[in-house]
Design a protein around this ligand. Structure first.
Ligand SMILES: NC(=O)c1ccc[n+]([C@@H]2O[C@H](COP(=O)([O-])OP(=O)(O)OC[C@H]3O[C@@H](n4cnc5c(N)ncnc54)[C@H](OP(=O)(O)O)[C@@H]3O)[C@@H](O)[C@H]2O)c1
Length: 338
């Protein structure tokens, strides 16, 4: 069986995104064959495209998709044809603690082909059911951004109703975190470079907003907004440009979820204040299939619909990448596949 897919081919500064066709491997007994309906873009996909230029021969990009099961292997017990499913970000991190060997199974990364194609094969333990109230396009926004926000706030952050949370920017992780945390009764501060985006965030339930272009010292503003207490949780998405201010703005006993690299890698802030605040830093690397399942339970319970800014036709996947790079989006960018 053949399947259209995209591949990143090395050779230029940023690997070229090329449409291609491949013959699918035979379905193994423990695998399902998924007809992909939609895929979504993450900031990470820009980094992968950059790094792919000197990696391996070619790579099918993107980690996030949702679709319909069209065939099941002879040993599959959990799924049948017609089920709506979405693969976890790490094919091998099903449950339990994160281990070194899980990293290589990240979809659409250096070593494992991703989901930007018509059909994908996945182990039956590596996929989750799509919540009934979501479209497949909405479900395709969750495996990376949604699971990361969930892992940071609930699995590691132990978020409590009434606590304060700060998210940086209005991209995929930030807006999903806003939706999850405010549905749970937390008070969320959103920072953004755009007043228009902040107005949308307020409509979605943001408690307070700060324009970080207007207020470069957004940490001071955040402290004021919390009556000097500081935040209970900060999703650190910016990296070097934001980290020191996150350390200033975190409250006593607060938790920083170290997630992002929007302004680069290797932030080197002075972390001494963390000890005087009895605060913690939780490193977050997306999450497991079990995290994804629990995220979906929460999303179903609260009837949350992820925010899709724009949907691109399969043929316009490259335009979607360009839109991601310009960062004008609010929430998620989706590529319609089938
Ligand atoms: N550790 C993990 O497992 C993990 C998982 C997912 C994502 N990430 C990382 O988390 C970050 C966000 O990912 P994403 O996919 O949600 O990104 P995204 O959708 O591309 O979000 C981009 C938005 O971030 C905001 N932004 C950009 N630079 C900023 C800065 N210096 N300070 C504050 N906000 C800034 C901007 O929002 P405004 O336009 O509103 O200003 C921009 O529109 C990325 O660095 C990504 O690599 C890590």
């Amino acid at each position: 069986m053949t399947s259209r897919h995209y591949q990143l081919s090395p050779g230029t500064e940023r690997a070229a995104l090329q449409a291609s066709t491949r013959t699918l491997a035979a379905l193994k007994p423990n695998q399902v064959l998924i007809r992909v309906a939609a895929a979504s873009l993450n900031y990470r996909d820009l980094l992968v495209r950059q790094m792919q230029s000197d990696n391996r021969a070619s790579l099918t990009p993107l980690s996030d998709a949702a679709g319909t099961v069209v065939a099941v292997g002879s040993a599959v017990t959990q799924w049948r044809e017609g089920d709506r499913v979405s693969p976890g970000f790490f094919a091998d991190w099903v449950d339990g603690a994160f281990r070194p060997h899980h990293m290589a199974s990240a979809l659409g990364g250096g070593q494992t082909d991703g989901v930007l194609g018509e059909y994908i094969l996945a182990n039956e333990t590596a996929v989750v059911a799509v919540p009934a109230h979501l479209s497949l396009a909405e479900a395709a926004t969750l495996p990376c951004a949604g699971v990361t926000a969930w892992h940071a706030l609930f699995e590691r952050g132990n978020l409590q109703a009434g606590e304060t949370v700060l998210v940086q920017g209005t991209g995929g992780v930030a807006m999903l975190a806003l939706q999850l945390a405010s549905a749970y009764g937390a008070k969320v501060i959103v920072t953004s470079s755009s007043d228009e985006k902040l107005a949308r965030a307020r409509q979605m339930g943001a408690w307070q907003t700060i324009n970080y272009r207007e207020h470069a010292d957004w940490d001071r503003v955040a402290l004021e907004l919390t009556d000097g207490a500081g935040l209970d949780h900060i999703l650190e998405l910016g990296g070097p440009d934001t980290y020191t201010r996150s350390l200033n703005a975190i409250g006593y006993g607060g938790r920083i979820a170290q997630i992002g690299v929007l302004s680069g890698f290797d932030a080197a802030p002075h972390i001494t204040p963390m000890q005087f605040k009895n605060a913690s830093i939780n490193g977050i690397c997306v999450g497991s299939v079990a995290h994804y399942t629990r995220l979906n339970q929460f999303i179903s319970q609260h009837q949350i619909h992820p925010v899709i800014d724009q949907t691109f036709a399969y043929e316009d996947a490259g335009v979607g990448y360009s839109a991601l790079a310009t960062a004008k989006h609010f929430g998620k960018l989706v590529i319609s596949v089938n």
